[in-house]
Design a protein around this ligand. Sequence first.
Ligand code: SF4
Length: 241
Amino acid sequence: MSVELPEDLRVLADVPLAIDPDEVLRFQGYKKDVDVPGADVRALLDDALTLGDALMKPRAVMRWVPVQRMDAGRLAAAGVVFRIPDIEHHWGAVTHLGAAVCTIGETLERRVADLWDARELPLAMMLDSVGSGAVESLAEYVNDVLCQHGVAAAVRVTNRISPGYGAWDVADQQAFFRLVAGDAIGVTLNEACFMTPAKSITLLVGAGPAARVDHYASQCARCWMRDCAYRRAPARRTVHR
Ligand code: SF4
């Protein structure tokens, strides 16, 4: 069976992103459904969300590529080899990789630095968390877009993973940028594998008719695709405006 996923480099600009406030509070150390923020924290969060919304420019660049080889924790595609321990167990057999670089830009970071200089520390810290929550929400948004490509091609799409998280060595960020360079959206990578702007995320998903997705219901809970025949959980709060 041939799988038709878009293999051209695609840029998503002006993404209509909705920041998940729970993501922001997570970066403030709150545990969802356990810690309840007080009225003062809620007010600060609202101010920072309004400010952050005006300062961020969410965008992403993405690409699908066929898998050339998958064995013993190695994934080869488009001349690049990733070393991802136990990936066969987590994803099952995948025929394609979807790779993306996402960023909200650097304006928000600069405002955080200005707030630090002005000793407006509570707002500086909350705005920084808004930026972190925003780029996580953006990564979820892009994961949903990639899954919607998969639905159109009648294949299953896994949840995202990134170099530097879990057992995947951050050094693979260099190989990642050979697969999808971030320059189309203004993201660069240095030798130490730090991205600029800092509020940027790379993400990789697998796809294929036999991909393992049954343990990934959380993805559907944020996805805005109505009447999706493959939906595994009801939509709750989505990351689409
Ligand atoms: S509802 Fe679930 S299966 Fe359907 S496109 Fe969205 S994330 Fe994918």
